[in-house]
Design a protein around this ligand. Structure first.
Ligand code: GLN
Length: 208
């Protein structure tokens, strides 16, 4: 079974790992290049992208992670994780780095002060036709202001993309780990392996 890494330098990594564990996935926290070498896919959590950028450099994770992403490792970046994966970051710190793994421009804290945090139900295409909406928790979320031709929009809110994919790279401007809903983590896992985690989870739920 694949080992799923959760970048654990800062931010909301524990709830991500909980969601993965609930799905029956193997996961491990990633803080060093050695940790990274042992994982097959990576979740990059929300938090503070400026701090994470700094810690990625001081931990010497930035370059090996850039290489793994370039080699096609599946990654799922949420909120600050989305910022770190974007091609272009608006309102970032001058020394803030990003991986340029998905061809989007994001504006940090782009929903404005009055909407620091909000929650809304999202219709997510990859959950299948007729699937229940996914509850999106947005916390000082980045706003997508441009997307490249190769980027697929999987959900939007008020006409703005909030869940996107390019190749093996998935990003969400909200916090899918905080909704008590495994379906997006399951969709990420299912995107690169055959066993269906959502079915396994449904089976467990039925048995309890
Ligand atoms: N505003 C944060 C940043 O710019 C992201 C917020 C979050 O991850 N919840 O890094």
């Amino acid at each position: 079974a694949p080992m799923i890494g959760v970048l654990a330098l800062q931010g909301a990594f524990e709830s991500h790992q909980q969601r993965l564990t609930e799905l029956g996935a193997l996961s491990r926290q990633v803080r060093t290049p050695r940790d990274l070498a042992g994982v097959d896919a990576l979740v990059m959590p929300g938090g503070e992208s400026t701090t994470m950028s700094r810690l990625l450099l001081s931990s010497e994770l930035f370059d090996p992670l850039a290489q793994r992403i370039a080699d096609g490792m599946p990654v799922f970046g949420t909120c600050a994780g989305m910022i770190l994966l974007a091609t272009e970051v608006l309102d970032g710190r001058p020394d803030q780095r990003s991986f340029g793994a998905i061809d989007i421009t994001v504006q940090r804290n782009g929903y404005g002060r009055q909407l620091d945090s909000f929650e809304t139900d999202l219709t997510v295409s990859v959950l299948g036709p007729g699937a229940a909406p996914f509850h999106g928790v947005f916390i000082r979320a980045p706003k997508v202001t441009r997307l490249g031709d190769d980027v697929e929009v999987l959900a939007e809110h008020d006409g703005v993309p909030v869940l996107l994919r390019q190749g093996a790279v998935y990003v969400a401007s909200f916090h899918p780990e905080l909704a008590g809903d495994h379906r997006l983590h399951a969709a990420f896992l299912n995107s690169f392996q055959h066993e269906s985690f959502s079915e396994r989870h449904d089976a467990q739920t039925e048995n309890t």
